[in-house]
Design a protein around this ligand. Structure first.
Ligand code: DAH
Length: 341
């Protein structure tokens, strides 16, 4: 029995020395000293001993228990400290490491062009207004004098939300003219940039979503001469002094008379090149004098007030300015493209 007890001690000591975490030490304590442990198993055989041997054995058992407990305690301290040390090392922060630089983006090239346009118009006393992209048919078409049979009202051209064709995604920023006239005190000088939607297939010059900038002035005594002078000034600011313009008659239902404004190609000087597709001229915007029917529909007396309006495509302008040849590049958000500006 004595040998068994000594063997137990040696086995336990060895195991304790090898244990390297607190859980393992607790397992060993239970294994050797627990109620159902190995020492208990040995002591159960005490009955076999003679009365003289029993106290000797008891003493030995107490001694071994004390030794094991002492060693467990010592080992627990060492292991705990080592674990703490490891944890500290793992979580150490090297304050001398250089920081990671966050990558900063920048404004989208098209919005640079928009900012430039906004600045020009703000400088002339215009206000910038914003309006709904989900629009009523009344504002997108009817109040703009676009009659029932107009092709742009077709389901093949316009995104409608309701089967009665009453709610739609605006196809142009022109409804902002109506909103402005219905809600703003006169005189009015606004530009309204924003997204518009048409059922167009995506290609190098088309997208079902694009941006327009609407502009409008309503006041007493406003004439086509004001329209021409203002737009010529804007063109000079965008394309440079001396840019030649051409106002070409056109038709829009909500302006009368209506025109389109072209600029002489700044690349070839009008001779015809790839930028102007051989035309010598580049179309910039549609404009005209606000139709008297549109004015009176918004409660403005066309005999007292008059006004002019224009609408232009922002993507096209940005493409011209930055020599971008494919509209899709503007929307794809590929940083390799965007970083060039
Ligand atoms: N809304 C027209 C379009 O999308 C552009 C336009 C033309 C706007 C003439 C105007 C205007 O304000 O007077 O094609």
């Amino acid at each position: 029995m004595k040998e068994l007890m000594q063997a137990l001690r040696d086995k336990a000591m060895q195991a304790i020395f090898e244990a390297d975490d607190v859980e393992k030490l607790e397992e060993l304590r239970i294994k050797y000293l627990g109620k159902k442990g190995e020492m208990t198993a040995i002591l159960r055989q005490m009955g076999k001993l003679s009365p003289e041997e029993r106290p000797v054995m008891g003493q030995l058992a107490n001694q071994v228990r004390g030794e094991i407990e002492g060693l467990l305690e010592e080992r627990r301290k060492i292991v705990t400290e080592a674990m703490l040390e490891k944890k500290l090392q793992r979580e150490a922060i090297d304050v001398t490491l250089p920081g990671r630089k966050p990558q900063l983006g920048h404004k989208h090239p098209m919005y640079n062009v928009l900012d430039q346009i906004k600045d020009i118009f703000i400088g002339m006393g215009f206000e910038i207004v914003d309006g709904p992209e989900v629009e009523r048919e009344e504002y997108n078409f009817t109040k703009l004098n676009i009659d029932e049979g107009h092709p742009s009202r077709e389901w093949t051209d316009t995104f409608y939300f309701t089967p009665d064709s009453k709610i739609l995604l605006r196809t142009q920023t022109s409804p902002m003219q109506i909103h402005a006239m219905e809600t703003r005190p006169l005189p009015i000088r606004i530009i309204a940039p924003g997204r518009v939607y048409r059922k167009d297939e995506v290609d190098a010059t088309h997208s079902p979503m694009f941006h327009q900038i609407e502009g409008m002035v309503i006041d007493k005594g406003v004439t086509m001469a004001d329209l021409k002078a203002t737009l010529n000034l804007v063109v000079e600011k965008i394309y440079g002094k001396g840019t030649v313009t051409r106002f070409r008659p056109h038709h829009f239902p909500f302006t009368e008379p209506s025109c389109e404004l072209d600029i002489q190609c700044h690349k070839c000087g009008g001779k015809g090149c790839s930028t102007c597709k051989g035309e010598g001229w580049i179309e910039v915007l549609g404009a005209g004098m606000v139709h008297p029917k549109v004015l009176s529909g918004c409660g403005i007396d066309p005999d007292v007030y008059s006004g002019w309006a224009f609408g232009m495509g922002l993507e096209r302008l940005a493409m011209g300015e930055y020599k971008i040849t494919d509209l899709r590049l503007i929307f794809e958000n590929d940083v390799r493209f965007l970083e060039q500006f």
